[in-house]
Design a protein around this ligand. Sequence first.
Ligand code: PLP
Length: 456
Amino acid sequence: MLHNDKLEQWDRDNFFHPSTHLAEFARGNLPNRVIKGGSGCHIEDRDGNRMLDAFAGLYCVNVGYGRPEIAEAIAEQARELAYYHSYVGHGTEASITLAKMVLDRAPDHMSKVYFGLSGSDANETNIKLIWYYNNILGRPQKKKIISRWRGYHGSGLMTGSLTGLELFHKNFDLPLTQVLHTEAPYYFRRDNLDQTESEFVAYCVAELEAMITREGADTIAAFVGEPLLGTGGIVPPPAGYWPAIQAVLDQHDILLVADEVVTGFGRLGSMFGSDHYGMRPDLITIAKGLTSAYAPLSGSIVSEKMWAVLEQGTDENGPIGHGWTYSAHPIGAAAGVANLELIDKLGLIENARNVGAYLNAEMHAALADHSHVGDVRGEGMICAVEFVADKKNRTFYNASEKIGPKIAAKLLEQNKVIARAMPQGDILGFAPPFCLTRDDVDQIVSATRQAIKGIL
Ligand code: PLP
């Protein structure tokens, strides 16, 4: 669209980039990356460099780039009706159809879906619904929310508080006081190296129980967690973790929010991570994979149990006081319908499962023995390589060494493969589009091995 030799300067002069070292960018020490096109698993910048995007944008372009079916659905919706709101019973064919498609795919005990725009706002909605629920049930003191260290749930005021990463708290006066953080189910980083996996699960459960006892179960409303920790390090839970946590929550009448922004719609090789790991959530957060990021759209899927109380609340108090102008935006909804149809038509979840298993196996075979690779882990179409300073004693790099960013930069410069240096600094993440092929896997794995060679 814009072929302008001033673009780089305009970018530095005008554009506030999220999650960016602002001063380094302004000084020109971070490159401008102007992305112009994409097709399948590849994107192209304005200089014509073609890159294999092994992180699907921000693990969201699940069907791959350049899908005409979705582009046409968006264009058709924009021509017919770009916008109408969804307040007071209004809807569009696209939003109503998408709600039906989401519920058809969700666990059986879910009842309705509220559509928002981003994973962050969907989690904000969830917390409001939880507080409303407990107020209607006459227990206004049951409001605290437990999330985990290393969890990622967004970067708003409440969602940034739920996020258990220091970068998202520091200097923003977060977390808010209603939020408590408990142990992350991160076996590789356990403090006690003598613990077996099941002992570690028992320890996580004991930590949670101790927190509930300390605070009082009657003050705790909900537990929020990603089925598999994503941004905090791509960490699948140890076996038995979720059923054990679920049992504690049920015992204390604490709601469970499964944040499936990354895992929803196939990333783990099954429709939802909740099914995959045996969770029984009261709310499910969805975003990224709902539209494969062709348009912004998110959702909060509400269980039958919560829905009954929300209805009761409106009988007692009138219409629910929650809604965005862009809730269920028709263009996002049209993108969502076309996206979910495409996933079914092309069998992309099956491909995520099969090619993802190959990705994880090959990455493991190529790197697990490396003297600075501590862990290779993943599930379905998501995989992480964690680097360690000393493998024998499991000592970690310190964040200022920026091992992950250095390897990711080399991978890109040398091999035109995009992986993500996870915020913690020493983890390289891979979460490619579901249309990835085995040849693509071979290229990613061999490029990663080469990039590591020059650095560690
Ligand atoms: N929840 C999870 C699990 C996420 O990974 C993310 C974003 O990466 C979010 C919530 C926030 O979504 P958004 O960036 O769309 O606000």
